[in-house]
Design a protein around this ligand. Structure first.
Ligand code: SAH
Length: 256
């Protein structure tokens, strides 16, 4: 299933947005080797029998794109999976839930009237889709990995849909409403906002690589977003990421 989307022998890149999410993966890495490149640290090794390379994306679209290019050009990544946190903007997307992205749009891309709003100039594309097989594998890994967990007395819900990325930490209801309503008026229905996903999706599109991402919802992109954020990352997102990625590499290694 997955092998068809990852040329054989090439490692799966696992990008984490935050150090807390990556720490648990580095601990589990077999034959782990740290390599410094482009002012970043990359970890090569095996996870659950699968060849992987781990990296922190860094924050924001340009940083995440640079990291993605390095993963492909220097570390020969055959596919990229991303874990991070995001603000929930879909009406039923709550803190403690996860969103698996099926497509990615840049909410701050606007070269109109030269190009239609949100379109990435010279590509003719507005949203970049996740790889269908990798997205399915990630969804299945979420279902198994999050089993039995609760957050604030509630079972984490797994959503699937559009993720909107931009170089802004969105932390106000007016700001959120502005972003969501503008996207909706162009036919886009975002479930979550974050700062990297659409950049990684665009790089993977250019290189013809499979990409999929999951975001744990740390906040509702409102005035309390920055308050909720640090505790959530430490106590919840790091646990989710470790469990989901452990399941994912186990399933992919079986299909390799
Ligand atoms: N204090 C953090 C900085 C986090 S920046 C640190 O020192 O590492 C916010 C990160 O969380 C980005 O990776 C972004 O993708 C995601 N994120 C979570 N909630 C968000 C929101 N409401 N708006 C935009 N990005 C958000």
């Amino acid at each position: 299933m997955f092998a068809a989307h990852r040329p054989s022998g090439r490692p799966l890149a696992i990008l984490s947005a935050l150090a807390e999410e990556q720490d648990g993966l580095v601990e589990q890495l077999q034959d782990g080797q740290r390599v410094r490149h482009a002012g970043r640290e990359f970890w090569q090794g095996r996870l659950g029998g699968l060849h992987v390379v781990l990296a922190l994306s860094r924050i924001g679209k340009v940083a995440a794109a640079t990291t993605s290019v390095a993963l492909i050009e220097r570390f020969d990544a055959g596919a990229i999976v991303f874990t991070g946190v995001a603000g929930g903007v879909g009406s039923n997307v709550q803190v403690g839930d996860v969103v698996v992205g099926s497509a990615y749009v840049q909410h701050d891309m606007d070269a109109s009237p030269l190009f239609p709003r949100y379109q990435i100039p010279l590509t003719g594309q507005t949203a970049f889709a996740a790889d269908a097989a990798l997205e399915r594998a990630l969804l299945a890994a979420c279902a198994v990995g999050l089993q039995g967990l609760q957050h604030a007395g509630r079972t984490p819900q797994i959503h699937q849909g559009l993720i909107a990325s931009g170089d802004r930490f969105v932390n106000g209801l007016d700001e959120t409403r502005g972003i969501v309503e503008a996207l909706q008026s162009h036919g886009h229905q975002p479930l979550a906002v974050e700062m990297e996903g659409a950049a990684v999706a665009q790089v993977c599109h250019d290189y013809g690589l499979a990409f999929a991402a999951v975001r744990s919802i740390s906040d509702r992109a409102d005035a309390a977003a920055h308050v909720d954020f640090p505790l959530f990352v430490r106590d919840v997102a790091s646990v989710y990421a470790r469990r989901i990625i452990t399941e994912l590499v186990r399933a992919l290694a079986l299909n390799d």
